[in-house]
Design a protein. Structure first.
Length: 207
């Protein structure tokens, strides 16, 4: 019974750390002003074209993707529904209170982008390892990984490019940072998942 509660607590902690890292990563990329990551090009495009806040645009997009994933057999879990609320709320809080300022120097802009994509990718890997369900965007990644004979990194990159094009059509912000995130995120997620698995091999399962 004790081990059961400890495992459950570890899952919740992984989820909390993962979501927090993702939100900080998203805002770092946005505040770099070098262009958002592809999903946020789409989210910001929706934000610019509708009355939605950025957080609400993230939530609406997530809900649509959850329905798509469920149709293809990726059943939602606790983390799926928490992501619908938590990421959007955290992003709105970080932006409302200007916790992460706008990067004003060129070198700092690239630090923001690289730090942001690293945090985002590792955060995604952490909450996936919590095994409490996959978030909307990552559910699409795993649905397509089962359908297509491609490694996870390639599948994620293709998704990012398609979403980027949709966001661009909605006048979302595209820049050098967008390119970096679009082509780096999938590889960072894949590397992070393997790194966590390697750590678990030597130090035991996190959950």
């Amino acid at each position: 019974m004790k081990n059961h509660y400890r495992s459950h607590l570890n899952r919740i902690l992984l989820l909390a750390f993962g979501f927090s890292m993702m939100a900080v990563g998203i805002v770092l990329i946005v505040e770099s002003q070098l262009g958002a990551n592809s999903w946020n090009v789409l989210h910001i495009g929706l934000y610019n074209r509708t009355p939605l806040t950025l957080g609400a645009a993230i939530q609406v997009t997530s809900l649509t993707l959850v329905a798509f994933n469920w149709t293809f057999g990726e059943k939602p879990g606790v983390a799926t529904f928490l992501e619908l609320i938590v990421i959007g709320v955290l992003v709105d809080i970080l932006q409302y209170y200007s916790i992460i300022p706008v990067a004003k120097f060129v070198w700092l802009k690239y630090v923001f982008v690289l730090s942001g994509v690293t945090l985002l990718g590792f955060g995604i890997a952490l909450y996936i390892k919590a095994d409490m369900g996959k978030g909307a965007r990552d559910g699409v990644m795993f649905v397509l990984t089962r359908i297509l004979p491609w490694p996870l990194a390639i599948v994620r990159t293709v998704i990012e490019v398609v979403v980027l094009l949709l966001g661009y059509l909605l006048s979302g912000p595209v820049g050098m940072g967008t390119v970096i995130v679009t082509f780096a995120l999938g590889w960072i997620i894949q590397f992070s998942l393997r790194l966590i698995t390697l750590v678990e091999t030597y130090y035991g399962k996190f959950t």
